[in-house]
Design a protein around this ligand. Structure first.
Ligand SMILES: [Zn+2]
Length: 588
């Protein structure tokens, strides 16, 4: 079996008549939306009818675009040299970007409608899209005039966008002098970072020391980029009327401050338990003073459970079935109907992803399967996304975009199912390997991200008063790591330069990029705790939750499961599950 995915359900080829017709149709729809906006957003009256027309048009254009863009994007992801796919990938994006101004016009019109609530109440179609419409109004509150928005966007081209390119250039061309196997070498940063996973302790240490020493060469330039980007964010937030960059991120995450604070408080309480794990790992590797930063990813045991694809498939189906037949049937369908592109091959991109095809009620999953347990876990993760998509099939295409914190719920949940099952079948050494890999991941997602949150909060605060020197940034990072890792890490070996290469600090459009991941992990863990309490009734409710993630605030979506995310107890129950794993690890 070739185990490639089938895309013919979308189109047979880029030359096919149907594809060409659809591209033409997209042009017509774009023109139609533009004309419609010109004709209907200037005057008052007939709001109900106009809103219905707008929603209908928007649904149509979104569905069509999804199909076309998916065909180009999916083709490209397994055949990076495909010329037609490259061409259409760019063309389609460009076509849609031509609608930006029109979108702004429509948003401003919708926001100006008096008593929008009452208008929505009069129509089933509008009621179905109430959240979508209200979100437009919420976002519009932070929009400036068309001219001001245009000026900001243009200045950002030569501001944050230019600075991030400069910083990327510095990092990409940065060479690190290191002596390996008695030879002096000059290696790129990515290669040196990879040495943190080396089974050889001396190499891990050498790599870290060489990395830290190397930053002197580029620290001024990278700090200039960071200062410029964060300075711009502070200014833009202020102009747009946000209380802080954090408020902006919470808004786009559909999350409230209370929820964030409850989660952070529970995390703070849980830090000693992670530190216990870190000290244990340190002890295992022969350190007395806590774990040096460069040993965070060090393998404790080198053993992977072998899982050829056929066995991996069967393993997933079996364990998904123990959860629910809906989940297992979905996985089987995806496997049988050629929705998965399984193995690495020339021209195919790296990594793994799931792409929802709402207009077909299907999805496609790309893997680079390599016959180990970690590959089975990745497959379960992506099938989790696919199952989430399936739960959204009955929803309008305008109601399927989940905010970042909820986007990883189903995937993390499916990972948990498979990891638990694997632990049940593993021998002692494999158990240790699985647990260690898992806890090490959680330490990143909880402890390290907490340190990044502290760092970024402080950075924004101090940046308001002016730019910071590399030394000040280093000290800020050390303080954040001290607060998060505490005595889990060896005080001699922190990592003051983590601000240089972590890309997230440099995304002007998404600040505090990391805590949504922590939310995703802990939310999924908390759901699993709920599942264990009531295996019978949980799966159906869970499907209902997944069906509403695109049209509710996070706190309201969680209510579907009787979860109160503003209550610290929920987060404690999530962390408790991680604690059980840590306890198990401590015992072995
Ligand atoms: Zn994912």
């Amino acid at each position: 079996m070739e185990a490639k995915w089938s895309l013919k359900e979308l189109y047979a080829s880029f030359e096919e008549e149907r594809f060409k017709e659809d591209v033409k149709k997209l042009d017509q729809l774009i023109a139609k939306v533009k004309n419609w906006a010109n004709d209907h957003t200037v005057s008052q009256g007939n709001e109900l009818e106009k809103l219905e027309q707008y929603i209908t048009l928007e649904k149509e254009i979104n569905s069509l675009y999804e199909k076309l863009a998916a065909f180009a994007g999916l083709t490209l992801s397994v055949d990076s040299q495909n010329e037609s796919a490259t061409k259409y990938d760019a063309i389609l994006e460009q076509k849609m970007s031509a609608l930006a101004g029109t979108g702004a016009k429509i948003s401003s019109w919708i926001s100006s409608i008096e008593k929008l609530d009452e208008v929505i109440e009069q129509s089933e179609l509008l009621k179905e899209h109430s959240f979508y419409l209200q979100e437009i109004v919420r976002e519009q509150k932070h929009m400036l005039s068309e001219k001001e928005e245009d000026i900001i966007a243009r200045m950002q081209n030569t501001g944050s966008s230019a600075w991030v390119n400069y910083k990327n250039l510095l990092i990409a061309t940065h060479k690190i002098e290191i002596e390996l196997d008695g030879q002096s070498k000059s290696l790129p940063l990515t290669e040196v970072l990879n040495l943190a996973y080396s089974p050889n302790k001396d190499i891990r240490k050498k790599a870290y020391e060489a990395e830290i020493a190397s930053y002197k060469k580029i620290e001024e330039g990278v700090a200039a980029a960071l200062n410029a980007i964060k300075g711009e964010v502070v200014a833009v937030c202020e102009m747009k009327g946000y209380a802080s960059p954090l408020e902006m991120t919470l808004g786009s995450s559909r999350m409230d401050k209370e929820t964030l604070e409850a989660m952070l408080s529970a995390i703070k309480e849980s830090l000693p338990m992670f530190r216990k794990y870190l000290r244990k790992k340190a002890e295992k590797l022969g350190y007395k003073n806590g774990l040096p930063f460069y040993e965070l990813y060090a393998p404790v045991v080198q053993k992977e459970m072998p899982f050829p694809y056929d066995i991996g498939k069967a393993f997933i189906e079996k364990n998904f079935r123990a959860f629910s037949s809906d989940l297992a049937d979905f996985a089987k369908k995806a496997m049988d109907k050629e929705w998965i592109d399984v193995f690495p091959r020339e021209g195919k991109g790296g990594g793994a992803f799931c792409y929802g095809l709402h207009s077909l009620g299907e999805c496609r999953i790309m893997l680079n399967y390599g016959d180990n347990l970690s590959d089975v876990i990745t497959m379960a993760h992506e099938l989790g996304h696919g199952f989430h998509d399936q739960c959204l099939n009955g929803e309008s295409v305008l109601n399927i975009d989940s905010p970042m914190p909820l986007a990883e719920t189903a995937s993390t949940f499916c990972e948990t199912i498979v990891k638990k099952a694997a632990l049940g079948e593993a021998d002692a050494e494999e158990t240790l390997a699985i647990l260690e890999a898992e806890i090490s991941d959680y330490t990143q997602l909880v402890v390290d991200i907490y340190s990044r949150f502290l760092f970024e909060s402080e950075l924004f605060k101090q940046r308001e008063d002016g730019p910071l020197s590399p030394k000040e940034l280093n000290n800020m990072m050390l303080k954040a790591q001290q607060e998060a890792y505490g005595d889990g890490l060896d005080p001699e070996y922190f990592h003051p330069y983590m601000w240089t290469w972590k890309p997230h600090y440099y995304y002007a459009a998404s600040n505090f990029y990391n805590f949504p991941y922590t939310f995703g992990l802990l939310f999924a863990k908390g759901l699993y705790a709920k599942y264990e309490q009531d295996k019978e009734n949980f799966p159906k409710k869970y499907e209902k939750l997944l069906a509403v993630t695109g049209k509710k605030f996070i706190a309201d979506a969680a209510k579907e499961m009787d979860i109160d995310v503003r209550n610290i107890e929920f987060w404690r129950s999530s962390l408790k599950i991680i604690e059980q794993d840590i306890e198990k690890f401590m015992q072995i």
